[in-house]
Design a protein. Structure first.
Length: 198
């Protein structure tokens, strides 16, 4: 039995459901909202590569390394983006959250905060994780700021760690959140979601 089981997670009009091949057109539309595949520091698939992107995620799920979700508007059913558990380590009860991206119209909305609340709540309160981690490109400053806003702690930088889509070598910034820190982070996320947005 896999450590991460297929589950739908929902709150505040946001639905996370396991990624499947039938999500191809929805993911293409979400990525086209802002032409996200042109951003150098992300792994968003080009429209013609969306099926291969899903197939790779499903293979990683079968191997127990990654569990990908599509993020949807629960009312309309529109795919807004994607996020995943990855680098899943059942023996030490650790997962990382990543492969996260949203169409431009969903950015700077409640969607990412809600999705992170859902993934973190499931990781700590259902899976019993001791640690949840994140990693991001050293030049993806927006991602670093978003992770830090969640309350995660910066663990350090792995230099020369991965190849970007343009062939350059990136440094990877690592973050983590421990289970003992979760109650305070959860309270902060709920506070952010309840605050009126400008």
């Amino acid at each position: 039995m896999s450590f991460v089981q297929a589950v739908n997670l929902r709150a505040r009009g946001v639905l996370l459901e396991p990624m499947e091949l039938h999500h191809e057109s929805g993911l293409q539309a979400a990525a086209a909202d802002g032409e996200l595949w042109n951003i150098r520091v992300t792994s968003v698939p080009e429209p013609e590569n969306t099926r291969a992107y899903i197939e790779a995620a499903l293979k990683m799920r079968a191997d127990g390394n990654r569990f990908a979700f599509v993020v949807k508007d629960e009312t309309t059913g529109r795919v807004l983006g994607s996020s995943s558990y990855h680098d899943i380590l059942p023996a030490v009860k650790r997962v990382e959250i990543g492969y996260t991206w949203y169409g431009k119209s969903s950015q700077r909305s409640h969607v990412n905060t809600t999705a992170k609340l859902l993934l973190l709540t499931h990781a700590f309160e259902t899976l019993g994780c001791h640690v949840v981690g994140w990693r991001t490109d050293n030049f993806n400053f927006a991602s670093q700021a978003a992770i830090e806003r969640l309350g995660a702690k910066k663990d350090g930088v792995i230099r020369g760690h991965a190849v970007r889509r343009d062939g350059t070598i990136r440094d990877t910034v690592m973050y983590s959140l421990r289970s003992g820190e979760w109650p305070e982070v959860k309270a902060q996320l709920l506070h952010l979601l309840d605050k009126p947005r400008p």
